[in-house]
Design a protein around this ligand. Sequence first.
Ligand SMILES: C[S@@+](CC[C@H](N)C(=O)[O-])C[C@H]1O[C@@H](n2cnc3c(N)ncnc32)[C@H](O)[C@@H]1O
Length: 254
Amino acid sequence: MNQRWSPARYERTADYLFPASQAAVEAADLRCGEVLLDSATGTGNAAAVALDRGARAIGVDSAPEQIDGARERLPGVTFAVADAEDLPVPTSSVDAAVSVFGIIFADNPIRALDELVRCVRPGGSVAFTTLSADGWPNHARTLLAAELGAPAPGFPTLWSAGDAAERAAADAGLAAIQVRSRELRLSLDAGRGFADQVTERLSALAALRAQLEARGGWVRASTRLDEYLAECAQFESSTPVLVDPYLVVSGRKP
Ligand SMILES: C[S@@+](CC[C@H](N)C(=O)[O-])C[C@H]1O[C@@H](n2cnc3c(N)ncnc32)[C@H](O)[C@@H]1O
C-alpha cells in the first residue's frame, strides 16, 4: 500500500484536483453514452465527470484504499485494482481514456501511456495531465523533504517539464496532439498559517508533515514553508491564492 494515497487523507486533495479531471475529460471529447477509462483514478474524479456528462466509466488504480473510496463514491462504476502499466481492459474497448496526475507516477509512464492508447478504439481520444516541476507543490515537497534529509518523493516525473509530454504522446502513436496549459488554484485563509493549510489539502505534503512532526522538525519546516508560500501567493481581492500550472495533453488514436 502506498500511504500517500490513503483516501482518509486524499479526500481534500481530490477536491483540489477535480478541475483537472474536468479539463481532461473535456480534452478527450467524451460524449453522452460513451465509455471512459480513467487510469490511476484515485477516488474516481474523472469517472465522476464522465457520469455527469451522461457517459459510463471504468476506473483503475493500484491502491486498493483509493478504489474502496471510489466504489463508495460512485457505486455504478466498474473499478478495479490494477497497475496502470498492465490494465485489465480489452484492446480497443473504450471510447476515450484519461489519466489525471496518474500515469506520471507509474514506474514506467511510457508503458502506462501505451496502455491507455491500447484500450481506446480507433478514432477515440486519450488525454493525460502532467504536473509542473516548477509548481509550488513540487517546491513545497522538496523543501519539506530537505528538512527530513530525504529526497523529495515522486519527483521529478517524466513529463514534468517542456514538450516531453507532447513527444511521448506522438511516440505512443497518437495523432492530432494538443497541449493545453491550465492552472489549479488554491485559495487560502489569510488569517491562518499557509503551511498548515497546504498540508491539510495535499496528501503528499501531509505525509511529509507527519514524518517531520514525529521527529520534532515541523516547527522549523513550517516556518520555512510559510515564507516560501507567502512569496509565491497571488492576492485576489485580499485573498491569497496559490496557482499551480499544469498541462493537459490529448490526442486521437488513428
Ligand atoms: C495524484 S493521485 C490522482 C488521482 C486521480 N486521478 C485524481 O485526479 O484525483 C495519483 C494516483 O495515481 C495512483 N497510481 C500511482 N501509480 C500508479 C500505477 N502504477 N498504477 C495505477 N495507479 C497508480 C495512485 O494510487 C493515486 O491514486
